[in-house]
Unconditional design. Structure first.
Length: 270
């Protein structure tokens, strides 16, 4: 008795392929079966007949979603309505620890009427479990390498979100006076269309918010004050700055959207 052998289809080739997975064709009436065998010749061997090109795939065939490859993010087109509207854009929200970057970014992303993702660099850095180089333990070659890797990973994610029609807001404590933890790397990994905005409340506010943190996200008061002082260098940089000392999260998210709408029309030089 002859056994039918089913083989998985190879994954699609070429750039932009979706996640690799196996697909197969279900056997049903009208579907080509296994290749026939030739009758045995006298004294000869019975083997498969010459292979013919298969017909069109059946409806049951599981296909692969083709994803456009992510390239450098260009400047977005001006929105045709108040605020950022339905514009697809990449945003970098900058600020010291305790400024509320992650909370504001999440709310802004969730309130938009178009698909929008939020990626926090701190979250991506902490994907490293064993061997995590915590900058609080001292900035060294290992912590710098992991920071650069996390930033590149965030940039890759942002480009791919944008290439598939999904906006992206990233957040990071970018310093104006430190090339490694600076804007140049973000621009290189995301693209010239990245829109940076600085979130900078007063020192008393960031100290209060930092005190409510736990784990390795909570810093000493001295470290918070030092970081906040260095962030003051963004004044005069040309980047838009939001002092959210007296704003709640919803108000800050609305102000952020208004500033981004102006940045789309007149991008900041950086």
């Amino acid at each position: 008795m002859q056994h039918a052998v089913g083989a998985p289809l190879p994954p699609p080739q070429g750039p932009g392929s979706g996640p690799v997975g196996w697909s197969h064709q279900a056997q049903h009436p009208g579907h080509p079966g296994p290749p026939p065998t030739t009758p045995p010749a006298p004294g000869g061997w019975s083997g498969p007949a010459p292979h013919h090109a298969p017909g069109p795939p059946s409806r049951e065939t599981t296909g692969h979603v083709q994803l456009p490859p992510g390239g450098p993010v260009p400047l977005p087109a001006p929105p045709a309505e108040p605020g950022t509207g339905g514009a697809t854009l990449a945003v970098l929200l900058i600020g010291p620890a305790g400024a509320g970057k992650t909370t504001v970014a999440k709310l802004w992303a969730s309130r938009r009427r178009v698909p929008t993702a939020h990626v926090s660099l701190d979250d991506v850095r902490e994907w490293v479990c064993s061997g995590f180089a915590d900058p609080q333990a001292g900035w060294n070659d290992h912590s710098e390498a992991q920071y650069r890797l996390a930033r590149r990973t965030c940039g890759f994610a942002a480009r791919n979100f944008l290439a598939n029609g999904i906006s992206c807001i990233l957040d990071d404590a970018v310093f104006p006076d430190r090339p490694v933890v600076g804007l140049g790397g973000w621009k290189r990994h995301v693209g010239p269309g990245l829109l940076p905005v600085v979130l900078l409340p007063g020192l008393e506010i960031v100290l209060e918010r930092n005190a409510a943190r736990s784990g390795n996200r909570r810093l000493s008061d001295e470290e918070v004050a030092r970081i906040h002082g260095r962030m003051a260098g963004w004044y005069g940089s040309g980047l838009p700055i939001i002092d959210n000392s007296t704003y709640d999260v919803e108000t800050t998210a609305r102000v952020l959207d208004d500033i981004l709408a102006r940045s789309i029309t007149s991008p900041p030089a950086w």
